[in-house]
Design a protein around this ligand. Sequence first.
Ligand code: NAD
Ligand code: UDX
Length: 464
Amino acid sequence: MKVKNICCIGAGYVGGPTMAIIAQKSPEIRVTVVDINEKRIAAWNDPDVEKIPIYEPGLSEVVAEARGRNLFFSTDVDAAIDAADMIFISVNTPTKTYGIGKGMAADLKYIELCARQIARVATSDKIIVEKSTLPVRTAEALKNILDNTGNGVNFQILSNPEFLAEGTAVADLQMPDRVLIGGDLDTEAGKAAVQALVDVYGHWVTADNILTTNVWSSELSKLTANAFLAQRVSSINAMSELCEKTGADVNEVAKAIGMDSRIGPKFLKASVGFGGSCFQKDILNLVYIAKSFGLQEVADYWEQVIIMNDHQKRRFAENIVRTLYNTVSGKKIAMLGWAFKKDTNDTRESAAIYVADYLLNERAEVVVYDPKVTKEQILADLDYLGSRSEAENRELITVVDTAYAATREAHAVAILTEWDAFVALDWDHIYKAMLKPAFLFDGRRLLDKEALQAKGFEFYAIGS
Ligand code: NAD
Ligand code: UDX
């Protein structure tokens, strides 16, 4: 079968960019992205394409090309479901904050709501594609809901996890290392559904890069990929602490081991700790699945990746306090960067939130600047953490519009996000305007240590 009409439920960091690329590459397919969040949909439809709700390099150009042609954003979920022959589910799957599996298992309530809505609305056969990251065997639950509450229509369930990384989403989608499609390859109907999705990607991805597997392998591969990636960051971060004690330099160590072709150079950059909406949640999800099968050692092995990451964030903050003569109370500390990595406005699980929280607990006056994150978002992130009242957060933290305003008369500067613009700052000017001694804590290994020391900074970098 040839897909003519696609609906995607969830217009977030995955649904938005993924559908924009599918629409751009497949002009004959009508793609409608729906969401219950009216504000988000309104922003996707903003006539000024620079105001779309998600910042990704190159994304506004793709949206400008396809929007109104064959790419649409809407809040009418029912209508889009009914019209589609293929439905992507791309809603959020956060860690549960209540009940069994609290703090670890994936909360599947949004997925289940989607399945029930599809079952209620659908009047023709549909292919359902799991785009969200889900625990292994979720497709089975989806199928149960769809088959038992549906209107006698046939559903095929596919797993098609998304491997894009934020900040490089457009490039990752345009040239994916691989596209993974899991389906029921034992039946003719299952094979046809898989082929229909293969054909969608076939518009721009070569056959060699499209991998088809059974549904369970596909679901588990996504959790495994994130666990392996996060493990590399925690491994190099563990070494960064040892480097600081021994006089080794973690960048040099990373380069030396990365040239071993069995290890490879990517994802070995020491940092203040990984953030983002995926790594922590997906590893916790994996840990929970392992535990629920009684595999305690497997669970402990992967949980250590998270424990190491929490340690890295805490030790960066502790070091700031220790270096500033064991007290930061009433001291102005400038934080450059709030996003969890450069080139995104996403702040979910950003290390900056935890570092700020630690410093605020020590009664520091924290001043934040990030080129793409709004003041509202920064305050919302701290409020969500719940360490202090909303009033206290607003009293203790200030958000400013430039790096120069943040650093003026500060006791210390901390770099939390590796924005390119921070390298290009006038560091002589910043040094002059700071209190002395002027401390600089580089949580991203962004700046040249010798050059900044030469300007007069007391410089600390992760892993050297
Ligand atoms: P997100 O929170 O940015 O977007 C999810 C959207 O779904 C929200 O706008 C929400 O309003 C909407 N939604 C929830 N329930 C709905 C419903 N019943 N009907 C209509 N809309 C509904 O999340 P995201 O970052 O796009 O992630 C989505 C999924 O993709 C998650 O499972 C995540 O693990 C996975 N994933 C994310 C990334 C990433 O880099 N962010 C990468 C790969 C995979
Ligand atoms: C991740 C996966 O890479 C992607 O494949 C998956 O689809 C979603 O989750 P994302 O979270 O968007 O993507 O960004 P990623 O580039 O993986 O970075 C995650 C975190 O690790 C960031 O905080 C980043 O700064 C940190 N990181 C990454 C390091 O500290 N060092 C590195 O070498 C690489």
